[in-house]
Design a protein. Structure first.
Length: 65
């Protein structure tokens, strides 16, 4: 049985989600993320990240039109 690594803080979760979304996540960080006890913080930060991206895109479109 694998030993789970310690919990990550929100900054580490944000960095992991941002790096994954941009496609620059290192393999070691990728494995570390998947060894966490819970996936919930990653989902929450991922949803916030996507909503922020959509908001920025809507703002840019409205400014250009």
């Amino acid at each position: 049985m694998k030993k789970l690594s310690k919990k990550t803080n929100l900054w580490q979760v944000f960095k992991g989600v941002a790096a994954s979304m941009l496609g620059v996540q290192s393999n070691a960080n990728y494995k570390s993320d998947f060894e966490q006890e819970s996936f919930v913080p990653f989902v929450v930060i991922g949803v916030v990240f996507v909503l922020g991206l959509i908001g920025i895109l809507l703002l840019l479109v409205n400014l250009s039109v």
